[in-house]
Write a protein that binds this ligand. Structure first.
Ligand SMILES: [Zn+2]
Length: 537
């Protein structure tokens, strides 16, 4: 029997190898797992970490998030956890007074459920900042709230025509309320607002990486990269501070995608030239098939209960199919935002078109959100090998669901949302995604909601649509191995096994035993990337 030298030995707790599979220890050398269990215990190691009865997991993958935006929220007024309009207005006023040097007050993100119909009034902000423009994002990042000065600078007034794919909330006399929905509407203000500098964006991204490492994430999908948005990643990589592996998805715009193709290819080449394929890739293209139910902009097969419209498709379905087929032919992975049942159908149709048109390759398409799916379309995810990157944290009856979502859908459709267990039964590949900063970046929160379909208060008893509960260990597998497959990193991470990179996550307790609701109390004690700590509590 030989003994192996290791740099790092983690022992004294439970090591999770997959659903129902456990061992006792992991030995790591040069960033790679070299031994497990008794064999690991026999290693001589430079550093020994006593897991103290805790649980070691493969580090998580976040299948869909917006790190630069999350980091940027730290640069403006801190409003993301505030629970009333009055608190938000007060914080914006305090921040503006403390920053007289700023020409614009940019901030995010506020809870759109805090005002009726998510319609926020410019005059509420005018009360604290009248002289300078204010532009705030809602949690959904599909909606903005501005003060009167911002509307004035953007030229948005009673005479502004309604945009094709966006909504300007208006008073009965057509003057704007102050809430702008979807890019065609809030883009009017964005066009005159200042853009962040590369230094600011790089700093924001670094903060976001620290936040992701602190919840146990070592790979993430940035799902909204505009032209030039790869530059902060390249900068952070060059500085040796990109501590979360990242794959970028460039955003395709319906009117401009043909002209964007060259840009996508050039930016991907720039990222590849940085020569760190395990840390930074740019392999995906993002499409918004629709908006969100809460704003009535998700695209529905049957009309909304309240507005009696079918929502607002962002793409003509044939154009979406053409665009997906074009980027697929260029070797990009498809990543489509689809919320309504019509949008999910069109997303699947577009992927099917690419599959039928282009040569076979390992394309691994992704549809994210997957909130409402027509029963006919449920088996198509597995048939097309689509990964459903699901925000399982949203599968709960919280105030957003009760006040803004359910009334628009009606009872029957409300209870068909987030069919996680059904999709899994059809053999669908599932990954877990936060959509951070839209909601928490903590995968454990998402996994507990998936397992219970309950709010943090444990409601409703027994869970909302209990048949769709997704057991915690299946959830962990989706958040680790499932996300690794989505990100094409499964050959070296996503599971704990000999020969795999030591991307590891240490909880202070075994979250897989006992009532999943109690798992929420667990703390991350350490995260390792290639055997190097990226977070220690
Ligand atoms: Zn998103």
């Amino acid at each position: 029997m030989t003994t192996t030298d290791a740099d790092l030995l983690l022992t004294g707790g439970t090591v999770w190898l997959g659903p129902g599979r456990r061992t006792t220890a992991v030995a790591v050398r040069d960033g790679v797992v070299v031994a497990l269990g008794d064999e690991a215990e026999r290693c001589t190691a430079g550093e020994v970490v006593d897991l103290a009865g805790g649980l070691l997991l493969p580090a998580y993958s976040d299948g869909h998030c917006h790190p630069p935006q999350a980091g940027a929220e730290r640069l403006g007024p801190d409003i993301s956890h505030l629970e009333s309009v009055a608190e938000i207005v007060a914080e914006v006023g305090r921040y503006a007074a403390a920053h007289p040097e700023l020409d614009w007050i940019l901030g995010g993100s506020y809870d759109p459920a805090l005002a009726p119909d998510g319609s926020f009034d410019a005059t509420w902000l005018d009360a604290v900042v009248a002289d300078r423009p204010v532009l705030l994002r809602a949690h959904d990042y599909h909606t903005a709230w501005c003060n009167s000065r911002a509307l004035e600078l953007a030229g948005v007034d009673a005479s502004t025509p309604d945009p094709a794919a966006g909504v300007i909330d208006r008073h009965p006399d057509r003057t704007p309320v102050g809430t702008l929905r979807e890019p065609d509407a809030y883009g009017l203000v964005d066009a005159v607002a200042p853009v962040r500098t590369l230094d600011e964006l790089t700093g924001a991204l670094s903060l976001a990486c620290q936040d992701q490492a602190a919840v146990g994430i070592t790979w993430m999908q940035d799902a909204w990269v505009e032209t030039g948005g790869h530059l902060p990643y390249l900068e952070l990589l060059a500085q040796g501070r990109l501590i979360v592996r990242s794959n970028l998805a460039f955003l395709a715009h319906p009117g401009a995608w043909r002209d964007q193709l060259d840009v996508f290819v050039a930016q991907r080449a720039q990222v590849e030239a940085a020569g760190a394929p395990r840390l930074l890739t740019a392999r995906s293209i993002k499409f918004f098939a629709d908006g969100v139910i809460e704003s009535g902009t998700a695209e529905m097969l049957d009309p909304y209960e309240d507005s009696h419209t079918h929502g607002m498709p962002v793409w003509d379905p044939e154009e979406l199919a053409a665009a997906v087929t074009a980027i697929d032919a260029l070797g990009f992975q498809t990543h489509i935002h689809a919320i309504g049942d019509a949008a999910n159908r069109h997303a699947l149709d577009a992927i099917a078109h690419a599959v039928a048109t282009n040569p076979t390759w390992d394309r691994r398409p992704v549809i994210t959100h997957v909130q409402l799916v027509d029963p006919v379309d449920l088996p198509r995810f597995a048939a097309l090998d689509v990964t459903a990157a699901m925000q399982t944290f949203w599968a709960q009856r919280d105030p957003l669901m009760e006040q803004l979502t359910a009334p628009r859908l009606g009872d029957e459709r409300t209870d068909r949302q987030y069919p996680v267990a059904t999709l899994a039964r059809f053999g669908t590949r599932i990954s877990i995604a936060s959509d951070w900063p839209v909601s928490t970046n903590d995968p454990l929160e998402a996994l507990v909601v998936a397992a219970t379909r309950q709010t943090a208060e444990g409601l409703p008893a027994g869970g909302w649509v209990p048949a769709e509960r997704f057991p915690l260990e299946q959830g962990i597998a989706a958040a680790t191995a499932g996300g690794a497959y989505q990100g094409r990193t499964e050959s070296f991470r996503g599971t704990i096994a000999v020969g795999m990179a030591a991307d590891l996550l240490w909880y202070d307790r075994d979250v897989t035993s006992g009532d999943p609701l109690t798992a929420r109390a667990a703390s991350v004690l350490g995260t390792w990337l290639d055997g190097h700590p990226t977070y220690r509590s």
